[in-house]
Design a protein around this ligand. Sequence first.
Ligand code: GRF
Length: 194
Amino acid sequence: MPPLKKLNLAILISGRGSNLQAIIDACEREEIPARIDIVISNKKGAQGLKRAEKHCIPTAVVSNNSHTENEIEKVLDEHKPDLICLAGFMKILSPSFVSKYRGKIINIHPSLLPKFCGLHAQAQALAAGEKESGATVHFVSEEVDSGPIIVQRRVPILEGDTVEALSERILRLEHQVYPEAIAKIASERLKKSE
Ligand code: GRF
């Protein structure tokens, strides 16, 4: 049997990059059939850039203004990734950008979407008195934090939880859920090509 073709990933970040790290680790341990081709940040000095460099993954820094999308498109056109993974990328992508890459852009969000879109999802869940929250990986569509769900997992909200405690519990889950979603897409694409 020929070796499985790995999915080429472009990962878009703006900051810490702990989800990026989880994907790097899953690729290196060969837990998912994927490789990271390029990490793109719209923030100079983002911690995630250092994580990528440590693993010899190419990086690109784009400006954080009205040119951001054009600059990202140039990098993507050069690398032609199979999948564009938003991992803490703190800029809303325009409908024209989303439609150009439709079906190829995925995002992770720290809530049980469609509940609690947008910023501070963990605080929103606590304020609403929810008993559980979670993490969702979904395809990106024109509306923020919507689009078909790929994987969703739950965590309990405990008595006396703070935003920090809940965020930490969800983040640990995110680090499992993101690689799982990439693996699911890879296996679905393989089935389609058979
Ligand atoms: C995560 O909580 C993710 O769900 C949200 O932004 C945060 C990024 O964290 N979209 P990190 O940069 O991956 O550590």
